[in-house]
Design a protein around this ligand. Sequence first.
Ligand SMILES: [Zn+2]
Ligand SMILES: [Zn+2]
Ligand SMILES: [Zn+2]
Length: 155
Amino acid sequence: MIQCEDHGLCISTAMEVADRICTEKRLKFTDLRKDMLRMIWDGHAPQKAYGLLSKLQVKNHSAKPATVYRSLDFLLENGFIHKVKSLNAFVGCSHPSKHDECYFLICDSCKEISECCDSNITSAIKATTKRNQFFVKNTTLEIAGHCNACSKRTE
Ligand SMILES: [Zn+2]
Ligand SMILES: [Zn+2]
Ligand SMILES: [Zn+2]
């Protein structure tokens, strides 16, 4: 489990930051996009697209998969959420305005994801790709294992 003291605060902060970025960039933060972001922030565990669709349909019966994918694209493009490729699921970003050098730690046990930032990893990737004369477009690093709380529980 991620030790956030008050998850309500995680949600409200994420919503405020997204709202501010949208205002700055003159993007439309529609009710649908807000609902989607709030649903993804339901916890620190990743959410699958079909799960989001069924949640959305509780409120909006006419919601279709395309509706969900379009708003996911918007949230991804603006860095409010991340796609966790190994799980094919989505998780909220806790620092979308300065998102850089972030890697994911995925707990197999509680399924929660945290982002860690480490410039050492970034420079190692730069050095390695340079040595191989490879031009990087984007980097995904997802590390699976057990979070501190879960590993204590199984000891
Ligand atoms: Zn939280
Ligand atoms: Zn992030
Ligand atoms: Zn865990």
